[in-house]
Design a protein around this ligand. Structure first.
Ligand code: URA
Length: 232
């Protein structure tokens, strides 16, 4: 890897900022100043900047219990993003795996590993996502068959894929879907003449959000085993 790229990846500096520091002889390779930004680093070489040894951090994986009132985009002029809830370096490198609406709560995955998030969110992989929905009108058993067969969402050409509905009580359901269309759960209930009043994601794949150990607004690092299980 080029020296200037390595510094950018470790520090978040731009290529030109890194280049400037290198040309000012502020960067040492194995204790010796190196003034060439294009220098190719060998894996065993040690790079220091301002007396600090730089190290690449590996990909990062987090689970958050998303509260309402936060958006999943990286930048929103009108709302707080979920990233303001995180105390991590290089927040600009992180993204959410899929999105939850501003008013949806629950399980949110956050990473800087694009391949991992693609595997979880791409429709091809059909990763199951389970939502608890509270409805304005009572839901009856006919909804189970309608969702299993697929419903047409307003403005779309293809019906939804088979989804599993469990009716917990007349106004509360668990819905498992295998794709991630825009506002999918709300639009599915709208398609059968109902309205979602509150929505909470409980599960992605086999991973269940433990709301007892992770309160709304909290997040934690996923273990290696958890990370692997999402794509296993
Ligand atoms: N479906 C929705 O309608 N909203 C969400 O936030 C997630 C799934």
């Amino acid at each position: 890897m080029r020296l200037d790229k390595f510094i950018c990846d470790c520090t978040g500096l731009t290529r030109s900022q890194a280049g400037k520091l290198i040309r000012q002889a502020l960067v040492l390779i194995d204790g010796q100043p190196c003034k060439q930004p294009a220098t190719q680093l060998k894996p065993e070489q040690q790079v220091e900047l301002d007396g600090e040894v730089l190290a690449l951090t590996g990909p990062r994986y987090f689970v958050m219990h998303k509260p309402t009132g936060y958006v999943c985009s990286t930048d929103d002029p009108d709302h707080n993003t979920v990233f303001v809830l995180m105390d991590e370096p290089r927040l600009d490198k992180l993204h959410t795996v899929g999105r939850l609406d501003l008013d949806t709560t629950g399980l949110l995955l956050i990473t800087d590993d694009g391949q991992w998030s693609h595997k979880i969110s791409s429709p091809k992989h059909e990763c199951a996502k389970t939502y608890r929905a509270w409805l304005a009108d009572p839901v009856d058993d006919s909804a189970i068959r309608l969702f299993a067969e697929g419903v047409m969402l307003r403005g779309e050409k293809h019906p939804t894929k088979a989804a599993q509905l469990e009716i917990v009580s007349p106004h509360e359901c668990l819905l498992t879907i295998h794709e991630g269309r825009y506002h999918q759960v709300k639009r599915m209930f709208a398609a059968i003449g109902n309205k979602v009043e509150k929505l909470h994601r409980e599960k992605i794949g086999d991973f269940v959000l433990d709301a007892n150990s992770l309160a709304e607004g909290e997040y934690r690092v996923l273990t290696e085993a958890e990370v692997a299980a999402f794509v296993g």
